[in-house]
Design a protein around this ligand. Sequence first.
Ligand code: GDP
Ligand code: IMO
Ligand code: MG
Length: 429
Amino acid sequence: MANVGVVGVQWGDEGKGKVIDFLSSFADIIVRFQGGANAGHTIVIGDKKVILHLIPSGILREDTYCVIGNGVVLDPEVLQKEIEELKGLGYLKDDKRLMISGCTHVIMPYHKKLDALKESKAAKKIGTTGRGIGPAYEDRVSRMGIRVIDLIDKKVFREKLKANLEMKNFLIRRYYKDEPLKMKDILKSYEPYRKLLKTHISDSVAFLHKAIAKKKKILFEGAQGTFLDIDHGTYPYVTSSNTISGNMTSGAGVPPSAVDYILGICKAYTTRVGEGPFPTELTGPEGELMRKIGDEFGATTGRPRRCGWFDAVLVRRAIKLNGLNGLSIMKLDVLDSFEKIRICTRYKIGNRFYDEPPMALGDFSRCEPQYEEMDGWNTPIKDVNRFDDLPENAKRYLGRIEELLGVPVDIVSTGPDRNSTIVLRNPFG
Ligand code: GDP
Ligand code: IMO
Ligand code: MG
């Protein structure tokens, strides 16, 4: 396949970073198309661990180009830190390899402040990452956002900032009863970012279209997951962008025909960080055990992730929403020590059974998952990288997932390391 898109099919943290890093060895260009530094994508290479929030996970390969697309909301403070860290580790030797669309919206200090204030005042918290994501997307939609192209023009930036700050400070002072932000402080702290962004700004649409014409291989890197999607997730417990494959094209500036293959990244169980419904959540010792073995703590905020069984109702919906061609089943090794493994095949609400997730939040919270149970394998499979070396019950579990979902399992992951990967079908061919 020429171009491959990768999306999370649950509530994020499925292991997208690992798979993007793996697939990027077959790609020429890796593009982030939505989200911002709320993402935390982990890549493990031997004893090295890198967590990327903003820069595409393909940056660890020597000869790939990485693009931060127009659909992303970019925090320049995180960008600067991430670039410094990567350079310190010997990566990103050539600045030209990282391109940022001029149309990408910039996260400002008031976005982060408002994110925190809104959460602290809300009766029902979303449990956001506090990275200013929601407020930045609000400004984009209300046509008052500041884009990278605006920030690098001193005059335009000052004008836009002045107009924005007047409104934001009104909200901060009058509604939230908190300290307003000072224009001169923001101008001072954002001054160095002008130079940084000038180094990386590019007409990424023109670049990607040239690449498509030259038949270069492009990998689209999704952040978050399908049920954090602003339209299709468990609203309002979602993020503020479309996380599904449909947004790959508008968030990067390429036509739908530019994506040939979509791979869904999916844990062998389910996790969620932050608030919101989670039908298969295990609140007792089994959930604790999953969290402990799976080291389920957020890569961005360090919060413990809620854990539960595999939910085929959700993943089936994700297959439809994203048009998945294949799945990558992650963290199969985390289930090694479970005597019995459960898969949720449908929901019960009241006296009725449902094959599709409900639309109303209240119904979602009342769902009773209906399980089928399978025998576990009780054998360590960590780092196995040949399908034939998996125990029979692990193969049976994967087979049952395929059967229930009707989509092939292309990749199986058995450990955090790059090499702990079983490739049954490479999406790049
Ligand atoms: P992302 O946001 O989808 O990129 O996922 P995160 O990086 O937030 O979380 C996934 C976590 O699982 C990271 O700590 C990975 O190193 C780890 N991981 C990925 N694949 C595997 C696997 O197959 N087994 C185990 N045990 N850990 C894995
Ligand atoms: P990656 O790319 C898991 C969750 C937050 C919160 C909700 C809204 O690493 O999979 P936001 O800060 O976006 O306004 O928070 O979305 N969330 C994630 N959960 N993985 C992520 O990204 C997430 N990005 C946001 O916890 O519930
Ligand atoms: Mg993550």
